[in-house]
Design a protein around this ligand. Structure first.
Ligand code: HEC
Ligand code: HEC
Length: 173
């Protein structure tokens, strides 16, 4: 009897440990604010590879609309029936649109020292009231970039915008 009770407790303990580990493995935010880069890696990357490369290679922008190679007229509707649900559809659509609109300049000009843009943002930068700051120095990124790598004012704006957009995709409200 005692043996049966202890083994029941042991099984329950094991189940709780597995549950706790599953919760810890999930990103911190709830479903509405799920990190889009985590979501892509978890649910899309096996078939489509890296998100930025995929959107720049296979998608295009016409006016303010994103078009696929096959799904030209309503990519938004296609995505609703393709591994995404609820508010993730808009969020992923907007991420792909922004990527398709942008050349991969971070990859070409910054990644050799800073790794991928997503990893750099997660590791080094944070948003405070919508403004991007260095975690380390507490300085606004736009100030810092004015004295980094001889970037001109247009470049500073370009890279501040790219990094801020990626931070919004990672740290969603
Ligand atoms: C199991 C493989 C698989 C997974 C997982 C997957 N896709 Fe796809 N996806 C495909 C295939 C195959 C097509 C081509 C179908 C077509 O164009 O009709 C496609 C097409 C697309 C297209 C349109 C391309 C075009 O040219 O019209 C987009 C955008 C897209 N997927 C996004 C995503 C996103 C976002 C996710 C994750 C939430 C995802 N896919 C997950 C296999 C996958
Ligand atoms: C040759 C290497 C190199 C390249 C290329 C480079 N950086 Fe840096 N970057 C650094 C180093 C080293 C630091 C940290 C030291 C410092 O304060 O300068 C840094 C710091 C930063 C920071 C502040 C990070 C923090 O934790 O405070 C930002 C933002 C940044 N870089 C953005 C960029 C962008 C955007 C590009 C591409 C246009 C770029 N970097 C290209 C080497 C590089």
């Amino acid at each position: 009897m005692v043996k049966r009770i202890t083994s029941a407790i042991r099984i329950k303990l094991r189940v709780s440990i597995v549950l706790v580990m599953a919760v810890l493995a999930m990103p911190a935010a709830g479903d509405s604010g799920i990190d889009l880069h985590w979501l892509w890696d978890d649910r899309c990357a096996d078939c489509h590879g890296h998100a930025g490369d995929f959107s720049r290679k296979f998608l295009s922008v016409s006016g303010d609309r994103l078009q696929g190679r096959h799904n030209v007229n309503d990519l938004h509707r296609f995505l609703r029936n393709h591994y995404l649900a609820g508010n993730q559809v808009d969020a992923v659509y907007n991420m792909l649109l922004a990527q398709a609109n942008n050349q991969a300049r971070f990859k070409g000009e910054c990644a050799s020292c800073h790794d991928t843009v997503t990893r750099f943002v997660k590791h080094s930068l944070e948003l405070r009231d919508g403004v991007l700051f260095s975690r380390n120095s507490g300085r606004p990124v736009s100030d810092f970039l004015g004295h980094h790598r001889k970037l001109n004012p247009d470049d500073v704006k370009f890279f501040t915008d790219v990094l801020t957009r990626v931070a919004r995709e990672v740290y969603r409200p």
